[in-house]
Every structure is written in C-alpha cells, then in structure tokens.
Design a protein around this ligand. Structure first.
Ligand code: FE
Length: 134
C-alpha cells in the first residue's frame, strides 16, 4: 500500500512526495548481502565472498571496496564496465520468515536444488530397486 503526500508550497504549485509504508521498506536477505558484479564484455562474475586471488583481493571484499586500479582478471576492463547482478547464494525472502517452512526457508537456492533433485534421484533408485525383489 502506498501513501501519497501532497505538499503545497507558497506559489500553490503542487509537489508530491511518494512515501512507502514501513513493510515495503524492509529489505530481503538478497538486498542485504554483498552484491555480485558481472563484467559486461566477458561475463566474468566478481563474487565478494571469494575475492580475487590473482589481484590479492581477500575473500569478503565488497565490489565497492575494490581499489580503482582493480581490473577484470579475464579481459582487463575497469570497474565501470561491471554491472550489479544482485547477491548470489543467499536464502530468498525476509529474515523474519526463515523460521517457517519446516526449515526449508533457510536453504540457499543451490541447497534447495540439491534437496529437490537429490530426492527425485533417490525415489527413482528406490523404485528401480523393487526389481530386485524377484
Ligand atoms: Fe571481463
């Protein structure tokens, strides 16, 4: 829900200020985690939790904290050629919802894939094992 605030100044021209309700201003875990950046020319992705060992950038360094002189380790372009592609492997949604969903909400996307497709593979193996009953 949005509230619309109208401010009338001295010459009666109307100025509007959009304000969001507090719930809409809460940030998801992906918003809070350090963002990954992708090199537009070559597709290299800078992962903050891995750093860049070729340039002695320690793991945990945010893209914004990289020195100006840092260049793409693959193609050599500068930081201005990189685009924010959001955080990587963090649980989706809001912090306050992590306790719901029988613990599944705390899983990262990769862990959910493993759970789903690993479960399917186990189910297939189980049904194939029924042939062994003869
Ligand atoms: Fe590059």
């Amino acid at each position: 829900m949005r509230k619309r605030v109208v401010i009338m100044d001295q010459d009666q021209s109307e100025q509007t200020v959009e304000t969001l309700n507090p719930a809409a201003q809460e940030q998801t875990l992906a918003d809070l985690a350090p963002a990954r950046y992708e090199c537009a020319p070559c597709g290299y992705v800078y992962e903050p939790d891995q750093g860049d060992s070729s340039a002695d950038i320690p793991p945990g360094t945010a893209f914004e904290d990289l020195p100006i002189s840092w260049r793409c380790p693959v193609c050599g372009v500068g930081k201005s050629q990189f685009q924010n592609i959001g955080a990587g492997n963090v649980p989706s949604g809001f912090q306050e919802n992590l306790n719901y969903g029988l613990g599944v909400n705390t899983l990262t996307p990769n862990q959910k894939n493993l759970l789903i497709f690993g479960g399917l593979a186990l189910a297939v193996l189980f049904f194939l094992s029924l042939y062994g009953l003869n």
